[in-house]
Every structure is written in structure tokens, then in C-alpha cells.
Ligand binder design. Sequence first.
Ligand code: C2E
Ligand code: MG
Ligand code: MG
Ligand code: MG
Length: 278
Amino acid sequence: QAKQEGRGRVQIYHDELQTQAPHRLKLENALRKAISQAELEVWFQPRWDIRENAVTGFEALVRWHSSAFGPVKPDEFIAIAEELDLISDIGDWMLNAACRHAATWWRQNHCWRVSVNLSAKQLKQTDLVQRVQQALSDHDLPACALELELTESQLLTASASVADNLSQLRALGVRMALDDFGTGYSAFSYLRRYRFDTLKIPKEFVAHTDTDVASEAIISAMIALAHKLDMIVVAEGVETSEQHKRLRQMQCDEIQGYFIGEPLAGEELLRDIEEFIG
Ligand code: C2E
Ligand code: MG
Ligand code: MG
Ligand code: MG
């Protein structure tokens, strides 16, 4: 009996391998061609200043609509892109696409900032600063219009070149944000070592403000800490008016989330631009 069950389990495992390995391989091949086949898009999600009641900028979020697989989530394909060394190409593409869109806003006198997520590999590029400078000058965008978001896990393997990149980018006038603060390993030590302009509170904490005393305590501690270090605080994943109200009471500076607006395609944003003007 036990032997049969054991064999059955092996069988299932084997079947999974058979179906998953080719899937992953096909996904990898599709991703290699995603840029050249123009399957990537940049979408934008608004950030909202709670005191001013105004849009301050947009986070650029990559979208991949594969002809073979349909829409694939960034959480799934960014990790694959890192492994395959495709992330530099995707990251460059995103940086330029985001700057190009931001430049069209600025030309219409909407001086919104654009935030771009960086991957760990990009952070280590020795020419990251030149790439960023090039993107800004190609699109005639001031450095203050750009913010770059990093997560703690990306800083985990950080070296001296990463510290150099971060300080040089800030010297240019590009803003740096620490994304998903508190979900990694040793967040506090990074705040000691690196300077950031913005702290982003992850949606995992925001989601539980209504019901969970601990989440609320953690958020208000994060806000106090950030303000002491001269950072502004953005709460992510704000979905309800109650969360908005609590965050305002807790002196949070900005919010981002479905309550304010879902990510939308760049063309859509331009079409509905009036919606975002104060
Ligand atoms: P992130 O940078 O923390 O981005 C916020 C994520 O939360 C986005 O997911 C966004 O669509 C989602 N979100 C926004 N508001 C809400 C809300 O009210 N409720 C909920 N439940 N979710 C909300 P998305 O676009 O799927 O991206 C997931 C992650 O993938 C990002 O997390 C970021 O780490 C990564 N990513 C996205 N675009 C890029 C990129 O261009 N480069 C790199 N390296 N990573 C990217
Ligand atoms: Mg982000
Ligand atoms: Mg985040
Ligand atoms: Mg995230």
C-alpha cells in the first residue's frame, strides 16, 4: 500500500516536470523576443499627495503581453529576466519608455515625476549613471523628474559599486526610493548606509490597517522614522477611503493604490490627463 502511494507520488512529480520544464523553456524564449517583437508596454499608476490633494507623479510598471502566453505578471517574468541576463535590456527599455512619456507630460506643463523600478543587476552596472544621464538628456527631462525605486533584497548583495551608483545618482538630482520597506531582511541597516529620498510602505502592511493593531503600529513607526531621516513616505496598495483617512491621520505624505487609480497605459493617461490635474 505504502509502496504504491510512494510510487504514485513519484509519478505525479514526474508528470509535473514533464509539463513544466517545456513551459518554462517556451516562456524564456518568448521573453527573449519580447522587446524586438514590441510586446512590452509601460503602464503608469498615480501617486497622490494627501495634504495637497494632487497627483505628484506616476510609477512606471512594466507590462508584457506575450503573443504565445497572453499577459504575464512582472512578478513572474522579472525573476526569469534576471536569471537570463535579459534584465538590463528590459530595464533600459523601461527607463527610456518612462522618460519619453514623462517628457510629453512636461511639454504639456504637467511637471509630474516618474518612478522607475530598478533590478539588482541594473544597480550593479558600472555604467548605470551614464545610462540614466543618457536617458534624461535624450528626452530632455530634468533629473528631478526621475525617481528610481530599489528594494531591500536588491541591496542585500550590494557592493562598493552599488554605493557609488546610488550617491552619484543622487548627486545628479535623481531621487532614490526604498520600495517595499520592511519586507526584506535588515531594512534598518540599509537606512544607515544609504541615503534615500522616499520610503515606500508595502501593501502587505497597508492592507491590514483596519483590523490589525500591529500593522498600524508598524506603519506609524515607519512614518516617524522616515520623517526623522528627511524622507517622504508613500503608502502603497491603498484601496479604501478608510485606509486613506487613517494614513492622513498618521501624517503619511503620499498614497498609491486602486483607491486613487489603477495602473493605466501611457496613451490612456494622456487621453484622460484632465482627471489627474488638480
Ligand atoms: P512594486 O514596485 O511594489 O509595484 C507595486 C505593485 O502593486 C504593482 O504590481 C501594482 O500594480 C500593484 N498595486 C498597485 N496598487 C494596488 C492596490 O491598491 N492593491 C493591490 N493589491 N495591488 C496594487 P505589478 O505591476 O504587478 O508589479 C509587481 C512588481 O514587479 C513591482 O512591485 C516591482 O517590484 C516589479 N516590477 C514592475 N515593473 C518593473 C520594472 O519595470 N522593472 C523591475 N525591475 N521591476 C518591476
Ligand atoms: Mg515599485
Ligand atoms: Mg512596492
Ligand atoms: Mg513589490
